[in-house]
Design a protein. Structure first.
Length: 338
């Protein structure tokens, strides 16, 4: 690679982008949002600063989330996002370009795959490797993916929920659904609108989910006051929502995720299924932090469910481990520039 080269891993998530620099670990985590001046096409903000602008911008500024359901929806904005964030963690040099390992959802189309590869080159990469998100999450959670025993991992992020059974360094069975954290936020917005005749922002819904949300009913009923706009009067209004309200709002989406987990188990060869019964299911991704989601999945499948350490960072860690070992990279990589 040469002394001037840099190896960088990118967890290109729908909600957040995380960057892993070889030898340093995960050095940056920012929301996947870009604010652009529509007239000049100038980048005004990226990450957290841009996220704060969502829903608050004047006509000449647009704040966009360039990734939808785990794939690139806005090529130009994604390039700007990656380019800007990489420039924050390594100095720009005319002598070398970084090598990127980028995580992508499993089951995406060839066009979506080429878009992820292309945007990485446009952002200034020398070489680009694509690794399936679910494999990176497994590696980052500490699973020994090269062993012959079967292991099941469920990764629930912002845009997609992915689940796979792994053995001997490969994916034996995998499924993906475009229902995850952001869909649950939209469910909460819609439910509060129907129940209280009040419209709240998606950011407010996300905060409610984090603070009092739960996958199952709880012994204690938490409450939270939130601000919104009354749809009848058009005036600002403060309402109090409960854990039961949130549980009711997100239940249908959770059932869909559960349905796919069960389908994956049904498709698993008997020999590997017995391993999973013994070893349990590993849960990663941002939605792993939703209260009782491990209990919800375990009670409905009859299999122990364990939340990985730092579940939000598992994909970024896995990408980093792939960077650190070229043998891991060769086995786990999905595709590379030919």
């Amino acid at each position: 690679m040469g002394i001037m080269s840099k190896d960088i891993g990118v967890d290109l998530g729908t909600s957040n982008i995380r960057i892993h620099v070889k030898g340093k670990g995960v050095v940056l985590e920012e929301p996947s949002v870009v604010a652009i001046n529509k007239i000049t096409s100038e980048i005004l903000a990226v990450g957290k600063q841009a996220k704060e602008m969502l829903g608050r911008t004047p006509d000449n500024i647009i704040a966009v989330k360039p990734l939808k359901d785990g794939v690139i929806a806005d090529f130009s904005a994604t390039r700007m996002l990656i380019q800007t964030l990489i420039s924050r963690v390594i100095p720009k040099s005319i002598f070398s370009k970084p090598r990127l390992v980028v995580s992508i959802p499993s089951g995406i189309t060839d066009v979506e795959e080429r878009a992820a590869e292309g945007v990485s080159y446009k952002a200034g990469a020398k070489d680009v490797y694509l690794i399936e998100e679910i494999m990176a999450a497994a590696i980052g959670s500490g699973i020994k993916v090269e062993q012959p025993e079967g292991t099941m991992i469920v990764d629930i992020g912002g845009g997609t929920s992915e689940m796979a059974v792994l053995s001997l360094g490969g994916i034996v069975v995998s499924n993906s659904i475009k229902i995850a954290g952001e869909k649950l936020d939209a469910d909460i917005v819609e439910s509060i609108k129907q129940k209280y005749n009040v419209i709240i922002g998606v950011g407010e819904a996300e905060e409610v989910k984090k603070q009092i949300g739960a996958a199952t009913t709880t012994m204690t009923e938490d409450k939270l006051s939130i601000k919104g706009r009354n749809l009848t009067t058009g005036l600002p209004e403060t309402i109090t929502v409960t854990t039961s309200d949130i549980n009711e709002a997100i239940s249908d989406s959770l059932k869909e995720i559960l349905r796919l987990v069960k389908l994956t188990l049904e498709q698993t060869p008997p020999e590997l299924a017995s391993d999973i019964m013994e070893r349990g299911i590993v849960l990663t991704g941002g939605l792993s932090n939703l209260r009782n989601i491990d209990r919800y999945l375990s009670e409905n499948t009859g299999i122990p469910v364990f939340i990985a350490q730092e579940p939000c960072l598992c994909v970024a860690k896995g990408v980093g481990l792939a960077l650190n070992s070229i043998e891991v990279l060769k086995k786990a990589v999905k595709t590379r520039k030919r």
